[in-house]
Design a protein around this ligand. Sequence first.
Ligand SMILES: Cc1ncc(C[n+]2csc(CCOP(=O)(O)OP(=O)(O)O)c2C)c(N)n1
Length: 624
Amino acid sequence: MSKEYKILNSINNVNDIKKLSQDELNILSVEVRDFIIESTSKTGGHLASSLGVVELTIALILTYDFPHDKVIWDVGHQSYAYKVLTDRREAFVDLRSYGGISGFPKRNESPYDSFDTGHSSTSISAGLGMCVARDLNKENYKIVTVIGDGALTGGMAFEALNNLSKLNSNYIIVLNDNEMSISKSEGGLSKALLGVRSSKRYSILKNRLKNKLEKNKIGLFFKRILITLVNIIKQISGSYGMLFENLDINYVGPIDGHNIDELVSAIKKTQKLNEPVIIHIKTVKGKGYAPAENNPTKFHGIEPFDISTGEIINKSNDLTYTKVFSNKLLSLAKNDERIVAITAAMADGTGLKEFSMNFKDRFFDVGICEQHAVTFAAGIAVSGIIPIVCIYSSFLQRAFDQIIHDVCLQNQHVVFAIDRAGLVGADGETHQGIFDIAYLRLIPNLTIIAPKNVKELESMLEYAIYGISGPVAIRYPRGIAYNELNDKDEKIILGKSELIFDGSEIAIVALGSMVSTAVHLRDRLKEKGISPIVVNARFAKPIDYEMIDRICNSNIKKLVVMEEGVKNGGIGTDIESYVHDKRYNVEVMLITLPDAYVEHGNVSKLREALSIDSLSIFKKICDE
Ligand SMILES: Cc1ncc(C[n+]2csc(CCOP(=O)(O)OP(=O)(O)O)c2C)c(N)n1
């Protein structure tokens, strides 16, 4: 890389870091920050979270032997310093771009990555499983997990904490507490941690004595008395480490997460315990870069930016689907007090910020808790209040059972606003919204709709709230909203598609984001003298079979069905088997995403690579 980094450039192997003096380590943390800021300013990425854990990363490298030992980064968005200092510094030029390194830990990217992450709150479970496997295999490497206070709000993290006390070997969980999720951390846990932050530091005295005393019988008796005494003292002195201690998990902290010395000393001491330990560290999100420290939410995930000002380069003022949804929901909520909005820690991403400011009592940020969000909504819906549950497609996967069991089985009027449906781009495999059509279509009672453009998203939201009495999901993609075809605006009727262009020979039925591709495809086909029918499917469920009958009973020879989702379980396979069962003499061509995980990269590059762009589809039609 262009800059002269005195210490960073001298690191050829992660173990070189262990040879550095204290002063050199401090310089290294400045240089690593500088490097991450510099490269993220060009590629975009998760900056603020990564800046917050630079000293922690160095301390972990000093106290563990990676890749023999294993670290699990929860969510994994904060792993940039780790990637830089292990084996991927040079690869940062292509961070998150097609063919380049991922912004999240990936086992197939490096031996230093021990577990793939991307979705929140998995790390304690994964680490615990790895500990158990290590012990069963009688191996001797160490395992450490890093989890943020935001990720700790997720139910899975609590399930894992509950399971931890059974482990009789060392497992350190570093709780990286910066008081932030993407926005400010919400809820009772955050308040409890606030108590811990202000409490006196609690040492591991209990454990050290406990371990010594356990060695003989009299000791065991005194151990019980001692633990009781320590607990009483802690409760009196207000040590909120009790939160974890009551779950029978050792607790150390809070520790200054920007002090390498303190971190190393805490890790070294706790590595000696044959039990799980939580080391609670306090960090500043965005540390070392003023614009990120001042606005960690903006710099949580950032587009390329100007380092001197922190301003996004090429900031687009184009209307996004998120913004369209946000505006429409706001205007509907102004006239209807029954409308409430729920987010799982994604108020900004899902466009609920303004709603939260306008309707404080009707806005609920439940933390990174998609499952709870959905059942919470089901509870709300029982009394006639109308919950709008705003969750990204890939994160809603978490709540599959809650949608089935708590919402749809009871036919509850819950509206799912599913943002980031389809390809999302740079965040890659864990974040692509490509499964929702398939997994939602399985569920009885659920209506699934997808808008073709700005205007239709508005009318679909209104329809979902007032036109349907049961559960309904609206899926719409990330990014700039399609703002054409506004003259095509038929009233929405349950299970009815919309004929956009009549034609002959070929019919195209497209769902949501694929309608614009269908229109481009039509333009290309028209140049070849073919004028296809174009249908906006509108409903992924129920499917408009009447329209399929109409198409198949006309002079159509080829029916192209297009959707931005996996093939299995999609509308395409459903329509294909319908056409087959009815013995129509029409060839069905399915344009879908493959039944596979889709890597990271620019969305239009991915479309081309996956052959769902209009040119690839055109070529496929012409080749047949
Ligand atoms: C299941 C799931 N829901 C939502 C997200 C989006 N998300 C990514 S990071 C993040 C906040 C994490 O906060 P924290 O763990 O405190 O880490 P910090 O960024 O503050 O370091 C959220 C909500 C996700 N990755 N996974």
